[in-house]
Design a protein around this ligand. Sequence first.
Ligand SMILES: Nc1ncnc2c1ncn2[C@@H]1O[C@H](COP(=O)(O)OP(=O)(O)OP(=O)(O)O)[C@@H](O)[C@H]1O
Ligand SMILES: [Mg+2]
Length: 353
Amino acid sequence: MSCFSCMTPKPFTDYDEDMTPKSIESSEGGKRGNSVRGKGKESNSQKGNVARSFSLKELALATKNFREANLIGEGGFGSVYKGCLESGQIVAVKQLNLDGLQGNQEFIVEVLMLSLLHHPNLVNLIGYCTDGDQRLLVYEFMPMGSLENHLFDLEPDQRPLSWKTRLKIAVGAARGLEYLHCKANPPVIYRDLKSSNILLDNDYNVKLSDFGLAKLGPVGDNTHVSTRVMGTYGYCAPEYAMSGKLTLKSDIYSFGVVLLELITGRKAIDFTRKPGEQNLVVWSRPFLKDRKNFVQMVDPLLEGRFSVKSLQHAVVITSMCLQEQATIRPLISDVATALEYLASQADDSRKCR
Ligand SMILES: Nc1ncnc2c1ncn2[C@@H]1O[C@H](COP(=O)(O)OP(=O)(O)OP(=O)(O)O)[C@@H](O)[C@H]1O
Ligand SMILES: [Mg+2]
């Protein structure tokens, strides 16, 4: 199985949210023509997504010359700036660190993946810029930032997420992953599911971001894809970390870690905690063994505002996702359905019972 970018000479199939295939003539990471599909356009709707090419000048104008005040985040790829396009559309502009091939490879995969995959729970790519050696990505702006901004290190004036909202976020992330695993053909292994890649709108609707590491899943009789181990420490499935054996079930494990973060309010990896508590999965194992202990794991910021029944179900789903043996982890569609049921039953007004 080759990586996504190695397959560019073959025609791709573009998928709508309802999975109606649409043919794509050619994709070269945005280097040819004015857009990845068809002619460049000013607007970019969720359906019939067209990632357009921007000049560096346009993006400099949009971000007021990438000024500090517009900086909204920084990650491994580079810096993210809030910007306003000439059309008035608010966007997030991600500027790639110009430090080598790996970043460029991820840039190409990101543009290709997001040009082909469309779903309400995946972030919308508006365009990209390949002026000279500059590489920038332009996304729809997500006003609430990422899940990690709402779970960890809260500002004094920030309200913690309620139990119901945590479940809603889990459902949104599961539905995004379900689209990648079950509806895209061939399936897509996301490889980088983590709370900083779960973006939120004002109603806590989820959009998954960062597809630079995504891989097309195994096809035919193959059971897995072999790859160099990448992704983020703390979220990686054990079999993937040890042998590079990548399957859809590696994403399920990462999803389990995100569920654990939502339940506990603790980070997957936190070096500020004492030894034994720094790795969230390792810390949680003794609690996961006995349902009488589940309540002790819960984020203290919830102040008991959750139903114990709902918590118990959520922890059982989490444990299943975190099974050491990949094959017995559940399918994301079953996880999504179970979480959706829990979210529909959740009631914020109740104290722990
Ligand atoms: N489309 C967007 N809208 C609003 N904020 C965004 C958007 N994309 C990214 N951000 C913000 O920028 C931050 C950095 O994002 P980025 O993807 O560059 O790094 P990361 O996910 O934190 O880490 P990594 O590079 O390891 O994936 C995010 O945590 C989020 O707060
Ligand atoms: Mg990210």
